[in-house]
Design a protein around this ligand. Structure first.
Ligand code: S3P
Length: 168
């Protein structure tokens, strides 16, 4: 059975929606960040601190490659930067049906302000960082996606309903 893969910016709801969808569809849930942390025995922020973003991206591609080979019938939530590598976009297509949870920067900032677990948003002016990164990444998300779902102002029920209709 094909996997259902959720992509999108940090804070777009991939993990929360993915877990609820997994209950609803009775499909097991998997999150690439959690999978990397489990395999490494380290938190994402510690991997960034020790190995830099490049080190983390290598682990991310390794993880995705293995999932694309072996994982079937799962709901897979992915790290926000994962679809940016061309190589990863090819692997995502192989992995399953890719849904992009698209949110506006205001929505993301509202959810993530004060978050200390996202290394890319630390330091001065996170709102500006969110805007810039989102604009840089939009083309990559669009290129990776089979389906684009807007999530602003929607509750989980509505989002899950749309996803189920999209993958039917
Ligand atoms: C990242 C998003 C994070 C995590 C890492 C880098 C990104 O995942 O992979 O901090 O580059 O957008 P979430 O999207 O689950 O927060």
């Amino acid at each position: 059975m094909r996997n259902i893969v959720l992509i999108g910016f940090m804070g777009s709801g991939k993990t929360t929606v993915g877990i609820r969808l997994s209950y609803r569809m009775r499909m097991p849930f998997l999150d690439t960040d959690k999978e990397i942390e489990r395999r490494q025995g380290r938190w994402i922020k510690d991997i960034f601190a020790a190995d830099g973003e490049e080190g983390f991206r290598r682990l991310e591609t390794d993880c995705l490659r293995q999932l694309a080979e072996r994982c079937r019938g799962h709901i897979v939530s992915t790290g926000g930067g994962l679809p940016m590598r061309e190589e990863n976009r090819v692997l995502l297509k192989k992995l399953g049906t890719v849904l992009y949870l698209k949110a506006e920067p205001e929505t993301i900032y509202g959810r993530l302000k004060g978050d200390e677990n996202r290394p890319l948003l630390q330091g001065a002016n996170p709102e500006e960082k969110i805007r810039r990164l989102m604009a840089e990444r939009e083309a990559g998300y669009q290129a990776a996606a089979d389906v684009v779902l807007r999530v602003d102002g929607k509750g989980f029920h509505a989002i899950i309903k749309e996803i189920r209709e999209a993958v039917r």
